[in-house]
Design a protein around this ligand. Sequence first.
Ligand code: CTP
Length: 214
Amino acid sequence: MPKNPHKPFVIGVAGGSGSGKSTVTRQVVAAIGAENVAVVMQDDYYRDQSHMPPEERCNQNYDHPDAFDWPLMAQHLAALRKGEAIEMPVYDFAAHNRSRETITVKPAPVIVVEGLFALYDTKLRNTMSLKIYVDTASDVRFIRRLQRDISERGRSTESVVNQYLETVRPMHKQFIEPTKRNADVILPHGANGPAVDIITTKVMSLLSNGAQRG
Ligand code: CTP
């Protein structure tokens, strides 16, 4: 049982690029029910780069912790934990910038924080009751990223390969992979069904035992 039964149950879902974090999150939401879960995607908290010329935006290191607007994400999580709705920014990967729209995220008994650095920051980790690291082989992650960035994020093969070698791979080794040791649960082979089932069963039993907000 969480220590305070009136506080939302916060789950962190971390892992490298292309590891399957979004799939794990989608499966948890589907099992628990969308009305019971507020999802905070760290990708949407990339810094606003409106001040920067578009050609400069393409060359930023998007795999370093400093690429993110941590204060805004912390403020939004604190609000959700207090039972307040937030206006979550929406990131546009093709423009390498925050878009003008926002999404209203309502408070819910479960909060999922999903992103490369979900298990990086100590203060953020301390709010979590369950910390998951999605562990997927780097070749599989690269293939997925190549396919996704070309089909969904407006990138070329050459740009994906260069970015992978210059920043994605070294930053993964330096900053993301080490956060695996902060996890309670490590999911091998990405979003594998039995592991996700165990997690959702546990969360549902906590909810039915009164983990909801009062
Ligand atoms: N990124 C980028 N260009 C930007 C901003 C971010 O290419 N302007 C990339 C970063 O290099 C980072 C990746 O976006 O590696 C983060 O998204 P990723 O974790 O790959 O996507 P998810 O769908 O959240 O994760 P998963 O594939 O695990 O579901």
